[in-house]
Ligand binder design. Sequence first.
Ligand SMILES: *Cc1c(COP(=O)(O)O)cnc(C)c1O
Length: 368
Amino acid sequence: MDELESAYRGAKKDPRFKKELAHYLHHFAGRPTPLTETRRLAKLLGVRRFFLKREDLMHTGSHKINNTLGQVLLTLKMKKKRVIAETGAGQHGVATATVCALFGIQCDVYMGEEDVHRQALNVFRMKLLGARVIPVKTGSRTLKDAVNEAIRDWVTNVRDTHYIIGSVIGPHPYPMMVRDFQSVIGRETAAQAKKAGIGAPDYLVACVGGGSNSIGLFHPMLKTRSKMIGVEAAGLGLATKQHAATLSLGHIGVLHGSKSEVLQDKDGQINLAHSISAGLDYPGVGPEHAYLKMARRVQYVAATDQDALLGVKALSRIEGIIPALEPAHAIGYLVRNKSLFKKTDTVVLCLSGRGDKDVVQISEVMPS
Ligand SMILES: *Cc1c(COP(=O)(O)O)cnc(C)c1O
């Protein structure tokens, strides 16, 4: 951890590192992403202006590549020969396999056996990109167990291996470092909102799994007057045990090396999370979100699986954009809670990913 922190602090101050990262973010991944004004959605929600920050247009289909590009350049700087990663739905695994292919680095991705079966297409993508996918057979055989195995591998092989964590979770310096790499979302948004004539928007909204796309949007604008809403997954409902609403219903605890809010039983054993969206299905959340909740700077709410489907339908039909299930939670929440807004409000929502990865799953539960 100390080695990583000092390498990262060095890179952060190094103009060459920053220039190189900016180069790949632009030429390889497609930054800057547009801030798209959605007039019909604004009308539906009864607000003055509504904008989507289009991370769905990034290479590999989500914001995850902002972080994997940053960390793979750090891997080169640290002269490590091998990269490992964990993945749930496979989006972070694909983004990691992609940047490893770009630089010719060996890549091993840990994935719960359950998820290997559920996300066969992403497993194939990772293999096509030259990565090895290692099925994890311990515990619930999902994301939390994949993180466990990746940490075990890392402590064994740390001399030649870097572990690219996919969200603002895990031990320091990961929550800080991943936040910094994702903050490009908020920095661009601030400049684009200004250009669009709305200054600091009245509301910033994003979905929260581990919390990386949301902190990326929020962090550069914490000192403005913008109100901020993070939307977690309420799964089958907050009254059931089948949800991933860590900030709504969790308690302070320790998971994967950080102290934050955690879904746990009275003995501190981790409870299983549930969400229709594998990208939100994690029983912890980044520690900075727990802090922002305590400080009352960000409001955290939850949206159910059904709300997410409503969000998918709404954005597809009225704006011609099929969202991933994760940000669809945030859209669905707003559609269900229109009374939140005044007629004069301006809103920016982070569209963290596109829906292609989810359409088969959606087609199985949604009557067309
Ligand atoms: C992984 C993922 C998320 C959830 O992760 P965060 O770290 O909370 O951003 C959200 N949206 C998409 C599209 C994802 O792939």
